[in-house]
Design a protein around this ligand. Structure first.
Ligand SMILES: [Zn+2]
Length: 383
């Protein structure tokens, strides 16, 4: 055996040991969470509280990378103050810096501790919002569903909210995963690199009550196309600006995603800011009897109502909408509808993604997320 072959043998052995150790650490096997569509005679409406009292929409981003890891990631030029300054001049209210495996403090009026978990080859990443402690392990090879479930469970113990980041990117999460995984809170539907709207519908159609989040995943804030492309707008009542209010709003769905137009994505900061400031916001979204009524503070070109299995239920374009702009756009909820969400095309061709109204057995209560259940036979290996 030559020296080169010996070295290669040792490297393979080390890799196998590492993979084996990782697999052992993540040994629990989980039953797939059943895909059962939402049901019940009531509707859970995440925007119920909008009509009660004064409140405001916050402009937020929880996905940006600083130079925490030096030149190891492509966030190498971004300092924390660069990121804060850029987003501040774009009128953002909350900025979270989501470095990999590291909670970075931000000098923000509301500090939300966040980080991005995951260093595997398939980009199976998770966003941890309200993170208390970083979880340092991951499975670097393509992960099984049970491994993904196990990681979600551990992250959930250490964070307020767990997000499946850019799930569609590189097959980080498959369609089947979205049907069967449980225990997380949010899906990053909009990300500068990848849109995962279809996978969101898979999760919702399988009875997983997950709300959406949008993030820039910015690695270089000096590049116009890296910032203010995918925003999360969060509604808070006046005086409710503590981190817990933000977590509650995201979890309850009192937020929506905004995808800015291609042209606005390429523009410079002042123009971007003007564009964002001029966009209408959600004024109300009400379920009254069998009607879902949506009203913006300004005009829109088209409202698309989407339901079970991502099917388009109805499209209302400006021509067919009520000529009176103060009247809401209405969709008649059908007995077979399990959830209905609305995507709104604005005049400048930006898109607004509302969280869904969903059927529920208990008035005012979001349907529960099913519990992750371990397969008994393998539980012995769990700890
Ligand atoms: Zn990522």
């Amino acid at each position: 055996m030559t020296k080169k072959q010996r070295r290669r043998g040792v490297a393979v052995l080390v890799l196998l040991l590492l993979a084996g150790w990782t697999l052992f650490r993540l040994m629990p096997f989980y039953l797939p969470s059943e895909a059962v569509p939402f049901n019940g005679v009531f509707w859970y409406n995440p925007y119920e509280g909008l009509t009660r009292g004064e409140g405001k929409w916050l402009r937020t981003n929880f996905h940006a990378h600083s130079n925490a890891w030096g030149k190891m990631t492509n966030g190498s030029k971004n300092t924390v103050s660069d990121i804060m300054a850029k987003y501040d001049s774009l009128g953002y209210d909350i900025i979270g810096i989501s470095d990999y495996q590291h909670i970075t403090a931000t000098p923000c009026a509301v500090f939300i501790p966040v980080y991005e978990h995951g260093f595997n080859i398939m980009k199976t990443h998770q966003g941890c919002l309200g993170a208390r402690k970083v979880y340092g392990c991951d499975v670097i090879i393509p992960q099984t569903r049970s491994q993904k479930q196990h990681i979600i469970n551990i992250l959930k113990e250490r964070s307020e909210l767990v997000v499946l980041n850019h799930p569609g990117w590189m097959g980080g999460y498959s369609v089947r995963n979205m049907q069967q995984l449980t225990g997380y809170d949010l899906i990053e539907v909009l990300n500068d690199f990848w849109k995962s709207e279809d996978l969101w519908d898979v999760a919702l159609s399988s009875g997983k009550p997950v709300m959406m989040i949008a993030g820039d995943d910015a690695h270089n804030v000096f590049k116009p196309t890296d910032i203010a492309r995918d925003l999360t707008m969060i509604y808070v009542r006046s005086g409710q600006l503590k981190p817990q209010h933000i977590y509650d709003a995201l979890k309850n769905g009192t937020a929506y995603g905004l995808e800015v137009t291609r042209r606005a994505a390429r523009s410079m900061v002042p123009e971007k800011r003007r564009g964002l400031d001029s966009l209408p916001v959600l004024q109300s979204c009400i379920v009254r009897g069998d009607s879902l009524c949506v009203l913006l503070t300004g005009e829109a070109l088209e409202y698309t109502f989407i339901g079970q299995d991502g099917i388009i239920l109805s499209t209302v374009s400006e021509n067919t909408a009520e000529p009176d702009k103060d009247l809401p756009i209405i969709y008649k909820l059908q007995p077979q509808d399990t959830y209905v969400r609305v995507r709104i095309l604005l005049r400048d061709s930006s898109l607004l993604y509302l969280n869904p109204v969903m059927r529920t057995a208990h008035p005012g209560m979001k349907p529960p997320m099913p519990e992750a259940r371990k397969r008994q036979l393998f539980t012995i290996f769990a700890q």
